[in-house]
Design a protein. Structure first.
Ligand code: AMP
Length: 118
């Protein structure tokens, strides 16, 4: 069973923010911003590459509820999902990073110089 399935099953503790029948949101253990939340589907999906559009419909509404719950909806936030090796995915269970609470910088992709990757 994967790490996030164990969190869903309460085999590994997490700091839950919001939960419904299908989705769970909890604080990232290694936050990269003042607010750093992970939102996951309770049923295992490897990554965004495998998710069904009908799951994304409910997932979108859930994420919108989460950002209201932690009051970053008005100030703005970023939603990211990493996919596979090049995307930097470390946990093989679909998750959206929800980042906010400060003006987020953009430009940490300098390790992937587009001039060397054509
Ligand atoms: P990714 O690199 O996109 O797969 O992101 C995985 C994220 O999971 C990282 O930001 C980790 O800090 C986070 N993470 C790993 N283990 C835990 C855990 N037990 N509880 C909360 N977040 C975790």
């Amino acid at each position: 069973m994967c790490l996030f399935c164990k969190i869903v099953n309460n085999e590994i503790p997490s700091n839950v923010i919001l939960e419904d029948e299908n989705f769970l949101a909890f604080h990232d253990i290694n936050p990269k911003a003042p607010v750093h939340i992970l939102a996951i589907p309770k049923v295992h999906v490897d990554s965004f590459d495998d998710v069904k559009p009908e799951t994304m419909s409910g997932f979108t509404s859930f994420i919108q509820k989460v950002v209201k719950e932690v009051k970053i909806d008005k100030t703005g936030y970023r939603v990211i999902t990493n996919i596979g090796d090049n995307g930097g995915q470390e946990v093989g269970h679909l998750h959206f990073h929800i980042l906010g609470g400060a003006k987020l910088k953009w430009g940490h992709f300098s390790d992937a110089d587009p001039m060397n990757n054509l």
